[in-house]
Design a protein. Structure first.
Length: 182
């Protein structure tokens, strides 16, 4: 089964659980922490997948060493993923779960790449513009400084990228020239 299908199934189950217990926001925050830990620690997944390490040891490690301040539901999910040999899918599951929660709440996460840090006024203006454009209640905007853009903005929401940067325009011009000359 593909990672995407696995991640979607677990994310949907987590969404139902959080919805029933009315703790979706708490689960989102805790799973973001878990995802960051899994992405930043390269030895964690190989340890949790190693066939010579007992499953009980892996579960104890998750419960005691890493996730002391994480809720029981998150710990149980991680233990279940260890049991089912799916622990490497944690980042994808978390991403799908957060997307599902955001979709239900009408929230969109947008990353804006700019040459320098955007002011609060610019961020608010972009948030209201994109909320209308993407038909969302709220936009959670993250600003990433990228000097290679030369100028302008590059905006990413999910799989949609709007490139209004000078470097992007130059690449498009270059492609057009190459296409015309061939």
């Amino acid at each position: 089964m593909s990672e995407r299908v696995v991640a979607k199934r677990y994310a949907d189950a987590l969404f139902q659980l959080g919805n029933e217990k009315s703790n979706l926001d708490q689960l989102v925050e805790e799973f973001r922490v878990v995802r960051d830990i899994f992405q930043s620690n390269q030895e964690l997944v190989p340890f949790l997948k190693h066939p010579r390490i007992a499953v009980a040891t892996k579960k104890a490690f998750l419960e005691e060493a890493l996730f002391e301040q994480i809720s029981v539901d998150v710990i149980r999910t991680l233990k279940l993923l260890v049991d089912r040999h799916r622990i490497e899918h944690v980042p994808a599951i978390v991403d799908h779960f957060i997307d599902r929660v955001n979709e239900a709440k009408g929230i969109a996460e947008v990353t804006v790449y700019s040459v320098r840090e955007l002011t609060d006024e610019h961020k608010q203006e972009l948030e209201s513009t994109f909320a209308k454009r993407f038909n969302k209640e709220t936009i959670q905007l993250e600003n990433v400084v990228d000097p290679s853009l030369i100028g302008g903005l590059k905006i990413r929401m999910g799989n949609t990228i709007l490139d209004g940067s000078i470097s992007g325009k130059l690449r498009r011009i270059e492609r057009n020239i190459v296409t015309v000359n061939n």
